[in-house]
Design a protein around this ligand. Structure first.
Ligand code: GLA
Ligand code: CA
Length: 782
C-alpha cells in the first residue's frame, strides 16, 4: 500500500513538473503517430541564440499563428561550452526554458543536438578549443573528440531529457548528427553519436538522421528514422523516391525545406520565391509528408557566431534573415501571409490558428557621433613570445584579432615576396607602422610584394579572424596565421621567426577596458577621414527617451564588430550586402546607452544612425552576373520535351540527335547526376542545325539558369559557350535537381541535335545523367 502511494505520488509529481500529461510519439505505418493517432509534423525551424530571449515568446507565437505545430531547433555546442567544462544553459542559452515556452503555446519540439549542426554557425557549432589539439579529427571516432562530445551531450540530456513527451514535455524527436553523408561515410561514428544521444537520456522518443536524397544511404542506421533535406523548387517525389523504395512504409519528412538562403559578405543578397515555397509545402501536406521549414524565422547571428563556407573561403553575414517568412526582426512578410493562407486549410484535430501577434515597435535613432577612440596600437595587451608563428588557438584565443610582430633580421630588397601560409582571414601588413597591404582570404590573397626595407624594420601582421568554416572537412579552420611566414626572393626562402603576439579577443570586458581618448584632441584630429586610418575601437554614448527595435546603419564604417550595452551585435563590412545591424529594443535602455565599434579599417565618418528598416542588399563590390532574376522560376509543366534520354558516363564530347524542331529558345534540363550529388556542371555546349552543323554561338545569350555557383569562382551559365573547356557552368551544391539552362540562339533554326562537353576534371562533380530537351520559337515562361 505504501509502495503504491509513493508510486502514485511520484507519477503525480512527474506529471505536475512537466505540467502536461505524458504522451507518445512514434513512427507508424506511413505516418507519424502522436498519442497513437496519425500526425503530420509542421515544424518551424528557429534558433534560440539568434533571437533575444525577451523575444522568444513573440517568435513562437508568430510560428504558431503561421499554422505550425512544432518548433525545430539545433543545440549549439560552442555556445554552451565556451571554455572546456564550463557549461552555460542560462539566459539566452536556456534551451529548457525555450522548450517550455513552446509548450505553453501548444507547440511540440524537435531537438537537433549535433554535436555538429552546420547552420552557418561558427565551426558548425563545434567549440574552437577542440582545435588546440593538433591532431584532433572532428566528426570521427577520434577519442578526444568523442570524449568531449559525450560530456556535452550528457549536459544537454540533463537540460532536456525530462521534457520528452513521454514525461509530459513536448519533445517528440531528436536528431543524430547532421547531414553526415555530406561529410564522410562512417557508420561506426554515426552509431557512436546515436549511442551518446541515447546515453544522454533521449530514449523515449524516436531518433532520426537527416541527409540529402543522394547520400542518405551512406550512413543510414537501421534503427533510426531517415529524413531528407531539400530546398524550395525541388521535385518532391524524386526527393523521396529512393527512400520510398528502401523503406516503403516509413513516414516521410523533409527535415529541412529551405525557405530562402543565407548571405555571404561580398555576395548578392539571397532570395527565393514565396510562391514556390508554398507550392512545395502544399504538395507535401497533400501527400501526408511532414516537414520542417528551414528557416521559418532566421533571426540574427549575433556577435562572432557567424560561420563560413570553403572553398573558396566565404564568411557569413550577421543577418540570418534567410528570406524566411518571418523577417530578421520578427516581422510578417508576403511569404508569411501566403503560407498562412495555405496552412490554415491543413489544421489537424485540436489545432487552431491564432491571430497574428502584433509587430514589435521600431524606431529611428538620430546620428550618434563618436567622440572617443582607442587605437589598437596604443592599447597593446601584454605580448606572448614565440619563436615560430602559431595559430590563434595556441595562444588560447578563440575569436577576434591577433597581432604578430617581428623585426626584419636583415635588409629586404624591393620585390621580395612576403608569403604567409596561411592567413585566416583578413590581414593588414604594416612596416614600421605604415600600411603595405590588406589580404583577403576570400580572394586567396596570401602574399605581399615588399618595397625595400631596412634591417630592423618592424613588421606587423594584424589578422582578423572571421567565422570558422561550418561545412565540409575545412571545419578544421584554425585562425590567425596557421603555419609560417616567409620572405621569398627567387630561390631564396627564409622563414621569419621570433614573434611577439598580441591578442585582441571579443569579450566586452576586454573592448571596454581601453584607454579611450577624445577624438578631437590634437593627436587624433581627423583620424577617421584618413585613408590609412588606424585600426581602433570607437566609443560613444547616446540617450534615448524610449526604446524600440532599430537597425544601426554601418554604411560609413570599414570592417569590424559592434557592442551595445555589453551585447555583441555582430560583424559589419562595408562591402555588404548587409549594411545595417539589427538592434533589438530589449537590449537598449531609456537614458544613457553605450556603443563601441571596433573598426579594423577605419570609418569614412564615425557616425551611426538607427534606421527603421534594414539594408540587407547593398553590395559594394562587383560579382559575376547570374542569369536568373529575383523571383524567376522556369515553368516547364505545360511544355513538351522534343527529346529525353541519358548521357553516357565519362569525359569527352557527346553528340545527341533529336527529332527536328524549329525554334530560337533551347532548354537543356538535367534531371539527375551520375555521382548522386545535387550538382550539374557543363563545360561547353553546341546546338546543331538542320545540316547537323554547329550553330554559330556569337549571338547566343543565356536567358535563364536555375542555379549558378558564384561563391567559389565564376561558374555562371555563359561559360558553356566561351570556347574554354576549363570553364564551366556549375550549379550550387545545395540546390537540388532538376537544373535548367535556357539559351537564346539569336534567331530561329531547325534544331536537329546538340553536343555536350561535361566538366573535364577527373572526379569532379556534376556530370548530368538523365536529361530532357525543349525547343521553342518564343521564350519560355518564368
Ligand atoms: C544544411 C544544414 C543546415 C544549414 C542549411 C543551409 O541543410 O543542415 O544546418 O546549413 O544547409 O542553410
Ligand atoms: Ca566553357
Amino acid at each position: 500500500m505504501k509502495k503504491l502511494l509513493t508510486l502514485l505520488l511520484a507519477m503525480l509529481l512527474l506529471a505536475g513538473c512537466a505540467g502536461n500529461n505524458p504522451g507518445t510519439f512514434e513512427a507508424g505505418k506511413n505516418t507519424f503517430l502522436l498519442n497513437g493517432k496519425p500526425f503530420i509534423v509542421k515544424a518551424a525551424e528557429v534558433h534560440y541564440p539568434r533571437i533575444p530571449r525577451e523575444y522568444w515568446e513573440h517568435r513562437i507565437e508568430m510560428c504558431k499563428a503561421l499554422g505550425m505545430n512544432t518548433l525545430c531547433l539545433y543545440v549549439f555546442w560552442n555556445l554552451h561550452e565556451e571554455t572546456p567544462g564550463n557549461y552555460d544553459f542560462t539566459g539566452n542559452k536556456d534551451i529548457a526554458a525555450f522548450c517550455k515556452l513552446a509548450q505553453k503555446h501548444g507547440m511540440y519540439v524537435i531537438v537537433r543536438p549535433g554535436p555538429y549542426v552546420c547552420a552557418e554557425w561558427e565551426m558548425g557549432g563545434l567549440p574552437w578549443w577542440l582545435l588546440k589539439n593538433d591532431s584532433v579529427e572532428l566528426r570521427t571516432l577520434d577519442p578526444y573528440y568523442m570524449e568531449r562530445v559525450g560530456m556535452f551531450m550528457h549536459e544537454v540530456g540533463k537540460q532536456l531529457e525530462d521534457l520528452q513527451i513521454t514525461r509530459g514535455g513536448n519533445i517528440i524527436m531528436v536528431q543524430v548528427e547532421n547531414e553526415y553523408g555530406s561529410y564522410a561515410t562512417d557508420k561506426p561514428y554515426v552509431s557512436a553519436i546515436r549511442d551518446t544521444v541515447r546515453a544522454a537520456g533521449f530514449t523515449e522518443v524516436p531518433l532520426f538522421q537527416c541527409d540529402w536524397s543522394s547520400n542518405f544511404l551512406n550512413n543510414g542506421l537501421d534503427d533510426l528514422i531517415w529524413t531528407v533535406n531539400f530546398g524550395t523548387g525541388a521535385d518532391i517525389d524524386k526527393q523521396f523516391a529512393k527512400l520510398r523504395e528502401v523503406r516503403p512504409e516509413t513516414p516521410l519528412m523533409c527535415s529541412e525545406f529551405w525557405s530562402g538562403w543565407f548571405d555571404h559578405w561580398g555576395r548578392k543578397h539571397e532570395t527565393r520565391p514565396g510562391e514556390v515555397m508554398v507550392e512545395g509545402l502544399k504538395e507535401m501536406l497533400d501527400k501526408g509528408i511532414s516537414f520542417s521549414l528551414y528557416m521559418t524565422h532566421g533571426g540574427t547571428t549575433f556577435g562572432w557566431w557567424g560561420g563560413a563556407n570553403n572553398p573558396a573561403y566565404s564568411a557569413m553575414c550577421s543577418s540570418y534573415d534567410y528570406d524566411a517568412p518571418i523577417s530578421e526582426a520578427g516581422w510578417t512578410t508576403d511569404k508569411y501571409f501566403a503560407l498562412r493562407d495555405m496552412l490554415k486549410n491543413y489544421l489537424q484535430e485540436g489545432e487552431k490558428l491564432p491571430d497574428v501577434p502584433q509587430a514589435l515597435p521600431v524606431m529611428e535613432v538620430p546620428a550618434i557621433k563618436f567622440t572617443q577612440i582607442a587605437p589598437l596600437i596604443n592599447n597593446l595587451p601584454t605580448p606572448k613570445q614565440t619563436e615560430d608563428i602559431k595559430p590563434m588557438e595556441k595562444f588560447d584565443q578563440g575569436w577576434g584579432t591577433i597581432l604578430y610582430r617581428t623585426s626584419l633580421p636583415e635588409e629586404v630588397k624591393a620585390g621580395t615576396i612576403l608569403r604567409i601560409t596561411e592567413q585566416h582571414d583578413w590581414t593588414q601588413v604594416f612596416a614600421d607602422g605604415k600600411l603595405l597591404a590588406r589580404l583577403d582570404r576570400r580572394a586567396g590573397e596570401q602574399e605581399v610584394v615588399l618595397p625595400a626595407l631596412k634591417a630592423g624594420t618592424q613588421l606587423d601582421l594584424l589578422v582578423e579572424a572571421m567565422g570558422r568554416v561550418n561545412f565540409d572537412k575545412s571545419i578544421h579552420d584554425r585562425k590567425g596565421i596557421t603555419e609560417k611566414v616567409e620572405l621569398v626572393n627567387g630561390k631564396d626562402i627564409e622563414a621569419l621567426k621570433n614573434w611577439a603576439v598580441y591578442n585582441f579577443p571579443v569579450n566586452y570586458d576586454f573592448v571596454a577596458d581601453k584607454n579611450y581618448q577624445d577624438m578631437n584632441s590634437s593627436a587624433f584630429c581627423g583620424i577617421e577621414k584618413n585613408d590609412e586610418s588606424v585600426p581602433a575601437y570607437y566609443r560613444a554614448t547616446f540617450t534615448l527617451d524610449k526604446v524600440a527595435d532599430t537597425f544601426f546603419n554601418m554604411e560609413s564604417w570599414g570592417k569590424g564588430m559592434v557592442w551595445v550595452n555589453g551585447h555583441a551585435m555582430g560583424r559589419f563590412w562595408e562591402i555588404g550586402p548587409q549594411q545595417t545591424l539589427y538592434m533589438p529594443g530589449c537590449w537598449l535602455k531609456k537614458g544613457v546607452n553605450e556603443i563601441i565599434v571596433l573598426d579594423l579599417k577605419g570609418p569614412r565618418e564615425a557616425t551611426v544612425t538607427g534606421l527603421d528598416k534594414p539594408i540587407l542588399d547593398m553590395l559594394r563590390v562587383t560579382v559575376p552576373e547570374t542569369h536568373r532574376k529575383e523571383g524567376q522560376n522556369l515553368k516547364l509543366t505545360n511544355e513538351t520535351p522534343v527529346a529525353s534520354g541519358s548521357f553516357n558516363q565519362g569525359n569527352g564530347w557527346q553528340e545527341v540527335k533529336i527529332p527536328a524542331a524549329q525554334g530560337r529558345y533551347f532548354c537543356l534540363e538535367g534531371l539527375s547526376s551520375f555521382d548522386g550529388t545535387n550538382v550539374a556542371a557543363v563545360a561547353e555546349f553546341d546546338v546543331l542545325d538542320e545540316k547537323g552543323q554547329k550553330i554559330p554561338r556569337e549571338n547566343w545569350k543565356i536567358v535563364y539558369a536555375d542555379s549558378e555557383e558564384t561563391r567559389s569562382g565564376n561558374r555562371t551559365a555563359d561559360k558553356i559557350y566561351d570556347l574554354q573547356e576549363s570553364t564551366f557552368w556549375q550549379t550550387v551544391d545545395n540546390v537540388a535537381y532538376p537544373h535548367q539552362v535556357v539559351i537564346d540562339l539569336g534567331k530561329e533554326y531547325k534544331v536537329t541535335g546538340f553536343r555536350i562537353l561535361p566538366r573535364a576534371e577527373q572526379g569532379a562533380p556534376g556530370m548530368i545523367k538523365d536529361y530532357k530537351v525543349y525547343v521553342k520559337t518564343g521564350n519560355f515562361s518564368y
